[in-house]
Design a protein around this ligand. Structure first.
Ligand SMILES: CC(C)(COP(=O)(O)OP(=O)(O)OC[C@H]1O[C@@H](n2cnc3c(N)ncnc32)[C@H](O)[C@@H]1OP(=O)(O)O)[C@@H](O)C(=O)NCCC(=O)NCCS
Length: 152
């Protein structure tokens, strides 16, 4: 990236839904966690390039509900910038643990593990029972959900 994007909190009403759908195809679920969650975006030259949503779960736990980079902006370090920021902001909010759930066993898993996340649980059939439509990525159906956690 030639110029660095800046990071901003947004009111949930302004959250970039289209971008968040890249990480979670269920618009109702997104609305659900945006109600109490905090949305932060990376912006450059007035354009929103990426976003994430944090949800405070109490007892020192924050969950990263969504993280997404615009498709044409991926693989340029923006995801790592957002993830590092999510970790830093969670610490500032007083959390001791940051967790997330993912159905991706591919590059997203590498992405999270590089930032220090560890796999702490597997929820078999999660995507079959919690999503109305089957989810596919690279022709592979999401079935089980991995829980990942980072001690802050
Ligand atoms: C996951 C995501 C946020 C990563 O954002 P990004 O800006 O592409 O990530 P970065 O450029 O910081 O990449 C960091 C590392 O992640 C891995 N990675 C990211 N995208 C990858 C890809 N398409 N293929 C292989 N590895 C990839 C690589 O290890 C990469 O490091 P490298 O480029 O040095 O090899 C982005 O791919 C995305 O928005 N995907 C769609 C939404 C999504 O799946 N969200 C997560 C739901 S669990």
């Amino acid at each position: 990236m030639s110029r660095a994007p800046s990071l901003h909190w947004l009111a949930s009403a302004q959250a970039p839904r289209q971008l968040l759908l890249e990480a979670d195809p269920d618009a109702d679920k997104i609305e659900g966690y945006l109600r109490d969650g905090r949305c932060r975006i990376a912006r450059l030259a007035g354009e929103t390039l990426g976003a994430y949503v944090l949800l405070e779960r109490g007892a020192g736990l924050i969950e990263l509900m969504n993280i997404a980079v615009a498709p044409e902006q991926q693989r340029r370090g923006l995801g790592r910038l957002l993830l590092d920021d999510a970790i830093a902001q969670s610490r500032l909010l007083g959390a001791r643990r940051l967790e997330l759930g993912t159905g991706s066993f591919g590059h997203q898993l590498t992405f999270y593990q590089r930032a220090g996340f560890r796999v702490v649980a597997v929820e078999p059939d999660y995507f079959l029972t919690h999503y109305p439509e089957p989810l596919f990525e690279h022709g592979l159906q999401h079935r089980d959900r991995l829980r990942l956690a980072l001690t802050l």
